[in-house]
Design a protein around this ligand. Sequence first.
Ligand SMILES: [Zn+2]
Length: 335
Amino acid sequence: MSNLNEKSKNGNNYFDSKIDKIVEKFNKIKKKATIMLDSGGYLFQKSKRMDVKPEEILKLYSELRPEIGVVLDHPLNPLVSEKENAKRWEKTLKNTIKMWGNVDIVLLPTVHGYSKDALIDACKQLKTQLDPQIVLIGIGSLVPLIRSTKGVRKLFSNSKNRYNNSLQFVAEAVRIVREEFPDSFLHVFGIGSVSTMHFLFSLGVDSVDTVGWRLKAAYGAIQLPGVGDRFVTAKGKRRVNLSNHDKELLEKCKCPVCKGLSLEERLHNLDNAIKNGTFKKRAIHNAWVFNWELTMARRMIGKGRYLDYILTNISNRAYRKVIEHIFVGDSLRES
Ligand SMILES: [Zn+2]
């Protein structure tokens, strides 16, 4: 990886060895899996400046050669002005045009927008400037809306806005992009939990990415199909122990950590109260559960039974409300 290191070789040995290790690890993973590499643009979501240049990302992509590389985008922030977000989109569009056709890997362009008009415009600009039939398309900037923090929720529920919560706008955003790109493979960036994945799939999204399984493991939580975060040792108000039903689910887990063990051994392996050595086990278990749910989702979509499946299995009330509103026709105001 000589080119990658050229600049740093003059100065920083520590940086060199870090880069070498990352590249080595990357190449090992590449032998076993298909890789989509993100540009890291989301790291600038809270910052006004963006110092990385699209040319630098192109150089990185042409050296690492992932199967898919995400364009260098500049995600929006719902808590800044419309004008500021418009500037961010302009920058993303400029970067996308600079990168398009200039690297021989598949690029994934992304659209961003916090209003119907902004999103439609963004889609049309990409179609005009890149290709009317883009094969892969991503939607970015939805994470703060999915998390629906206090300030964001308020923003999407004022009287001028017909979306009475930010999740409804997420559903609307997916619908708009799906309509503009009916045959493209649609990816949504940065989702957290299994329930969010089901929520987005039900809206017509094809793929998602998450580090939720790892973050939850670090926080001490384990995932089980259809239920929220659970803790083997629940200390504190917001932490939930495993119910008898959850334990039955855990007994069925076929992940490499749980397989072949008794319930007690499984609980011990995943116990957040044990200081050393359980994080990795929880992370593997959580990743397995996530992947299992993904397989189930695709199976159910194939059988035409997905809506029934998620309405039975999704425990998150906010997601259920939006899904029922769209597909079952229940009024959102009723509950
Ligand atoms: Zn397991």
